[in-house]
Design a protein around this ligand. Structure first.
Ligand code: PRP
Length: 211
């Protein structure tokens, strides 16, 4: 069974409310995405392995620690781009690989339009970024690609997920850890999350809704 971490914190509640508000401007929306991604990343990285590292401070010698895994950050275009910067800030050595996917408006199924992963899996842990997990189709398609690529430990960071999408994801990828700021109860007839926040990609990039 997948582990679903619905991260609870007063800062998450506060920033999520600003994010959901339809009066929030694109500029503030982008900031909120970054703030929430940072808070999710704090939990999602809490078990990363480290090794000892001897250093000298200006005062004395000491043994500290350093991360000992190869990390990939994988945003799902477009909306996942909004979460990259805070992850890169925290994991400056990570590689960033982009997966382009949009949801067909009629069928709500994902269509892949960009994927240029290097040959032969190059990471130990992959963080898949997408602010929205609705039916789960886009994230599942990304995980299938990354599992084939060869990343053994895949983790999903989504700001808002819908319960049906989480249930589907946990059924299809029981080994994957999922970190979310909120799990909303349902999808509407257009497969949008309710109450949700609308279309994250459009709100991040200030583009008109496509449907
Ligand atoms: C949205 C969102 C997810 C996907 C979620 O992307 O950012 O990628 O839909 O839906 P799902 O869980 O049902 O697959 P969209 O297709 O609107 O593309 P965009 O990021 O370019 O706006």
């Amino acid at each position: 069974m997948s582990e679903v971490f619905a991260v609870e914190h007063p800062l998450i509640d506060h920033h999520l409310t600003v994010l959901r508000d339809e009066n929030t401007s694109p500029a503030l929306f982008r900031q909120q995405i970054r703030r929430l991604a940072t808070l999710l990343a704090y939990t999602a990285t809490s078990d990363l392995p480290t090794t000892s590292k001897a250093i000298r401070t200006p005062m004395t010698q000491m043994v500290g620690s350093e991360l000992s895994v190869r990390v990939a950050i994988v945003p799902i275009l477009r909306a996942g781009l909004g979460m990259v910067e805070p992850l890169q800030e925290l994991l400056p050595e990570a590689e960033v690989w982009h997966l382009g996917m949009y949801r067909d408006e009629r069928t709500a199924t994902p269509v892949e339009y960009y994927c240029k992963l290097p040959q032969g899996g190059a990471c130990d842990i992959g963080f898949v970024l997408d602010p929205m997990l609705a039916t789960g189709g886009s994230v599942i398609s990304a995980l299938e690609t990354l599992a084939r690529w060869g990343c053994p430990d895949l983790r999903v960071l989504s700001i808002i997920a819908a319960r049906p999408g989480v249930e589907r994801l946990t059924r299809e990828f029981p080994q994957v850890k999922i970190y979310v700021a909120a799990v909303d109860p349902e999808l509407n007839e257009h497969k949008f999350i309710v109450p949700g926040l609308g279309d994250a990609g459009d709100r991040i990039f200030n583009t008109p809704p496509s449907n």
